[in-house]
Design a protein. Sequence first.
Length: 212
Amino acid sequence: MAGTTESFLDHNIFSSAKIVALEKRIDKYASEGSYDFDANLALLKLYQFSPEVRKEKLYRVILVQALLHHETFLPCFYLLPFELQVAEPFNTLLKLAEYLGSAQFDSFWRNVESLDCCHNFKNFTYAARAQICKMLALSYQQIPVNVVANSLGYAGVNKDFESFLESIGWTVKPDFVHIPHSRENQARAKQFEASIKLMQVAPLIRVLETSF
């Protein structure tokens, strides 16, 4: 998708038709539950140059999508007009992103309840849980099962919880959830390298020579 968007932008620089086409593209991807960061970023930038055609609905769509791909949230958020950054639902979306980034997952689930723009989004809850799992998997190989359930917004361990974990390849064994090994969550020996030039140790060598 990114390649298609890049090609599209190369041939339609700053045209009004491009804005309309990007809006349709983003709506289509949102309805399908897919994500194209390049298209979202391009439309946000074009809206800056064409404020008369801005659509608040598209701002909401883009920011909710970015929330579910956490590393892209701030680059999108800071392209919003300031009056929207401090308005709802965008101010609350920023808080939700901060909760995710600081692993305050219980606060995330409590506050997301108030945002219709999230619950109207296709597969939002599943995608939010998948994003949280992605974050947990960066650091852990196993986590107490009650901690995972709370982090994912479940009231407790139940069949829905176990079914979700199975869908992402995680397993529940008595009291712990086991996460597949990855490059990020495995312990690795630290390697230290030091680059010392002869001129740096020459004074020490002279001192040692005169000591004998």
